[in-house]
Design a protein around this ligand. Structure first.
Ligand code: HAM
Length: 415
């Protein structure tokens, strides 16, 4: 047998009700906030991600599934959605027409990470991106949607961590101070972080290595370097969160793994996930649209990992969904009457299972049970010749034979 590659999973039918609980909640909340769905391609030219996410990010430097197409151009399976949404926004010329544009997307992403619980190589995200306003109100709106979706699927407890990493101007002196500090402690850093000192010292704050974590606790803090405008922006974001009833925790080490962020960064975390504790994250990225050739357009967004949210769902009894009817027949001439009944029921919007050679009465009733049918509808010789049907309640076991047309007419009264 050929098995699936590591870190790649089937989402089997039994898991679908929990899956849909998350996706349906996301769709509904995005609708409430007037975000429009778009479907972005699963693969893009590699340079889109290299330029957008940063060459030094873990994703670009070691986690992308990249290959050449037949014409020798480098393609990459999308590791995230933001770069593609920005590209689509610029390429479709939307920014000429709209003041703000609001999008959401749902679909698989690909990262060649070391697989473990909640960390996959093919995983699914839903995300939202807003273009055209630098107003801190929208940083709040994006977080409010993440918060509303989390609450709507009853994930609890969780924490929204919030930070500002400033703009390129105020970040420069902070990064210089960070570099100087980590250079003085170079020997105590892990191999990866020693390399990061020159290329991307901010990423050291994200390292989970024990001695790097210890060092970062006394490292310079971005909060002390924010310029007046970034500080005011951050304070206003927090004010909106408080006004909107969204609890948050400030975390000055929250830098995120992607290079495009400016000012606000945030993550929704749950300790129930263990090491990979973030189930959603995002932030503001005011310079990415120009990076991709658009006119200066501030933007903010977030994405959530569907698998991680599904792991966090409370157990609920509503997952066992069955069908409305299982049609039992005794073969021969009764099959035609049974097929006709099944077809009329489906046309009326009821779910039905029927099998051509399902065996005897007993074995069909067993199958009705297995399919969690609410009712079995029995069409035997007698029912077929008299134009009636025997309706059996699977839960209570009671049954009644009624004229077929009367049964169909009374359908709307059946739960
Ligand atoms: P991200 O933090 O890289 O952000 O991913 C968002 C979420 O995707 C994570 O919080 C996590 O739940 C899920 N995720 C990431 N990697 C994996 C994995 N290997 N296995 C399972 N789940 C995973 C972004 O992707 C940004 N594009 C978010 C954003 C949108 N920022 C602005 N707009």
């Amino acid at each position: 047998m050929i098995s699936k590659p590591p870190g790649i999973e089937d989402i089997y039918p039994d898991a679908i009700p929990r899956w849909n609980r998350v996706v349906d909640a996301a769709r509904s909340v995005f609708g409430l906030y007037n975000y429009r769905e778009l479907i972005i391609p699963v693969m893009e030219y590699t340079e889109l991600f290299a330029r957008g996410l940063g060459d030094e990010s873990d994703i670009v430097s070691k986690e992308m599934f990249t290959f050449e197409d037949r014409g020798g151009r480098s393609l990459t399976l999308r590791p995230e959605g933001t770069a593609s949404v920005v590209r689509a926004y610029v390429e479709n010329g939307d920014y000429h027409r709209l003041s703000t544009a609001k999008f959401f997307y749902i679909g698989p992403m690909f990262r060649a990470e070391r697989p473990q619980r909640g960390r996959l190589r093919q995983f699914n995200q839903f995300g939202a991106e807003l273009f055209g306003s630098g107003d801190p109100f929208y940083d709040y709106e994006i977080m409010a949607m993440g918060d509303a979706i989390t609450k709507s699927v009853k994930i609890a407890p969780y924490t929204l961590k919030l930070n500002s990493i400033g703009c390129p101007e105020c970040r420069a002196p902070f990064i210089a101070a960070l570099k100087a500090y980590f250079l003085s402690k170079k020997d105590e850093l892990c191999q990866d972080c020693q390399r990061r000192i020159e290329k991307n010292p901010l990423r050291i704050l994200d390292c989970k290595n024990e001695s790097c974590v210890r060092l970062k606790m006394v490292a310079p803090l971005i909060g002390n370097y924010l310029c007046d405008r970034c500080r005011a922006h951050h304070e206003t974001v927090k004010g909106y969160c408080t006004a909107g009833g969204i609890a948050f925790q400030e975390d000055q080490y929250l830098v995120r793994g992607l290079d495009y962020y400016t000012r606000t960064t945030f993550e929704f975390v749950s300790s129930a996930l263990g090491g990979q504790n973030a189930f959603a994250g995002g932030g503001r990225y005011d310079n990415l649209v120009t990076e991709f050739g658009g006119k200066p357009t501030p933007a903010v967004g977030f994405a959530a990992g569907i698998e991680r949210m599904v792991l966090l769902l409370p157990e609920a009894g509503d997952d066992a969904t069955g069908i409305d009817f299982y049609v039992v027949h005794s073969g021969g001439g009764t099959l035609a009457a049974a097929v006709s009944l099944a077809s009329r029921l489906r046309a009326l919007g009821r779910s039905v299972e029927i099998e051509p050679d399902a065996g005897g009465f007993k074995s069909q009733m067993k199958k009705a049970n297995r399919e969690r049918a609410a009712r079995a509808l029995i069409i035997g010789e007698e029912e077929a010749s008299s134009g009636s049907v025997t309706v059996k309640e699977m839960a209570g076991g009671t049954q009644e034979t009624v004229p077929l047309e009367r049964f169909l007419a009374s359908l709307q009264d059946l739960r």
